[in-house]
Every structure is written in C-alpha cells, then in structure tokens.
Design a protein around this ligand. Sequence first.
Ligand code: SAH
Ligand code: SF4
Length: 386
Amino acid sequence: MTVNLLDYDLEGLAAYCERLGEKRYRATQLFRWIHQKGASQFDEMSDLAKSLREKLKTTSEIVPLIVKSQYESADGTIKWLFEVGGGDVIETVFIPEADRGTLCVSSQAGCAVGCRFCSTGHQGFSRNLTAGEIIAQLWFAEHFLRKHLKSTERVISNVVMMGMGEPLQNYAHLVQALRVMLDDHGYGLSRRRVTVSTSGVVPMMDRLGADCPVALAVSLHASNDLLRDNLVPLNKKYPIGELIAACQRYLEFAPRDFITFEYCMLDGVNDTAAHAHELVSLLTGSGRGAQWCKLNLIPFNPFPASGLVRSTQKSIAEFSKIVSESGLITTVRKTRGDDIDAACGQLAGDVKDRTEVMKRMAKQRVIPLVPVGVGQISSFLESAND
Ligand code: SAH
Ligand code: SF4
C-alpha cells in the first residue's frame, strides 16, 4: 500500500525519508514542493535526485480530494464539495476580503455532537477525516486559487476549522494538519490566523493548549445549562462551568488574549433580554470582567428539519445592545447567501439525500458557478481577526 504524503507533518515526512534510506533534509525539499508549490507528481520535483523520485513513485502518493462541485458567488466566495468515498461529501469555503483570504475547513464527514440548529449535526457522524484529507482542502484551495486569481503570492491568509465536524473529536489528525498549516516550509500561517472552533470538548481544549495553541472559538449558544443541554448535547458531558474554566486555562497558551464565543440566535429559544443578561453574568461574572472574550451573534441559518426559526432583527439588535453595554465586544453577522441555504453542512447534507438535492438544484439552477452563501462562518470573519 502506498503512503499519502499529505498525511505527514514535516517531522513525519523526515522520519519517512529516513525509512527510505534518505537524508532528513530531503523531507524539507519534498514538503516545500508539495505544500508551497502545489506539486502532485514526483517528476515535477526537479531538484530531487532521480533515484529518490523513482523510490517515491513506488512507495508514496499525494492524494488529492475529488471535487464534486464548485460554487462561486459574485463577491468571490467559493465553495467546494469534495467526495471522500463511501458516499460522503465534505465542504470547504473560501471567503476573500480586502485584507485577508479565509478558508473554512472541515474536520469530519458528518458530526456526532448533534446540535439541534446544525445541519451537519442532523446528518449524524460518518467518519473522521484523515490528516491528509484535512490538509488536502487547504492544499487544493491555495493552489487552485493562485491559478484562478493569477496570484504568485499566498492567497489564503487565515484558516478557520468551522466547516463540517467537531475538530476536537478528531484530535490527532487535526493537530497533524495544524502543524502543516503553521510550518514555515508548509503554509507558514501564524497561530493567530488559524482558529479551531469547538462545541466544547473540554479535555481536548487543554490538550490543544499544550500541543498546538492556535486561536480558539467556542460555540456557546446558550446562557444556562438547561438550555445548552438541549441545543448542544455535549453540554451534558461538559457543562458550561467546566467549559468556561477550560477557556480560562486556554488563555494562558492562546496566541490572542481573548476567546471568541459563538452564539446562534434562535427565535424565542435563546434570544430574549433575560438570556442576554444571563449571558453577561455568565461571561463576566466571578470577577472575570469582559475583556477576555469576544461574542459573535450568528443569525440562525434555517433548514427545514430543525424546526427552529431565526431571531428577528429587532431581538438580535436588542440582545446585542444589552451584551455590548456590559462591555463585551460583540459582532453580529450580516446574513449572506440566504438565497441558496448554503450554511456549512447544508449543501453536503443535501448531497446525501439525492431526491432532495435534485429538487434543490432545480430550484437553484446549480451550474458549476453560482452564488453561494456561507452560513456559519461569516460572523467570525467580521470580528477582529487580523
Ligand atoms: N463543530 C464545531 C465547528 C463547526 S460548526 C463547532 O460547533 O464549533 C461552526 C459554527 O457554525 C459553530 O459555531 C456552529 O454552532 C455554527 N452553526 C452550525 N449550524 C448553524 C446554523 N444553521 N446557523 C448558524 N450557525 C450555525
Ligand atoms: Fe457538530 Fe459543530 Fe454542528 Fe454541533 S455545530 S453538530 S459540534 S458541526
């Protein structure tokens, strides 16, 4: 069986080269060819000895993801659906902005957490992505975009692990892929520009702080345990008190001096003035103050099976006013892409359901390039994420 070289961080590739009887520094050359130049064929790697290239051809591969479809919006946002075998489809979204290019990356096919407001959660869990499949999303997008935008410079400056899946439930592969993102011989992204979003897998938050402290976003969505138990079932295992304590511990290692909290606004469920006041005491209580966190209010991106409704603009504005006045730095996401219901997880969810996707395609006239929306990540992009 051949080895997928995308599965390796630089250290792993060096060990692999040694196993092939090669010097470790060869790994740096190979790694740069793959990640910095986007090479997928060993014959492209002109400064590697022919004998090494031949050895690599018989032992290894650079395995790309299979593009199922690509959608491009007028504002330059691009969404890809990738086939990862067994009928599973994952998605990756690129969002260009004036001062940065952000890629939203998936960590699993489906998700086991099962949040009520999340389309991926409703699909259930299929499997963990390998490190190679996680990094292949960045590898593909970066090199595709350089060609597409005719850029000789790096196009993707930020990565957010906010696509499908719970990254901290695929910990080993996540960290392996993060190391490639951060490596100067790989994508050279700073820790501040790589964000892991989690529904709150407390022990793994501590491990991430120790192993690979990147920026952290926590999906809170509720101001008390009763409500959060209902919206984010993982809360029954790691309740809010433990989650906040883990966030405070993470701050010691974090590349930024704050944690971002995401809060999906659901009509009549978590969006009243009483919830806003409760959220303020939760985040700023026990003498913590308001400076250690940022709050992202995300208008719910509806999908039929959820039975939930997006909060009205009025309640979002009132909620936002209360939390802001307490000193919490708060952003509200502008809604984008409602026209095609393309929150992360939603399109791929449909692909599994063939009848539904046919109906949807007919409705939306999905052709290779059509407008796309990014439900759950654009909120984050509006927060100060330099
Ligand atoms: N599993 C991780 C990362 C992926 S989800 C997590 O939960 O944090 C990324 C963000 O999108 C999370 O904050 C999630 O709660 C939010 N989200 C999921 N479905 C959504 C929807 N339908 N509308 C708005 N935000 C949603
Ligand atoms: Fe999983 Fe995140 Fe969706 Fe919850 S919000 S089901 S953790 S992907």
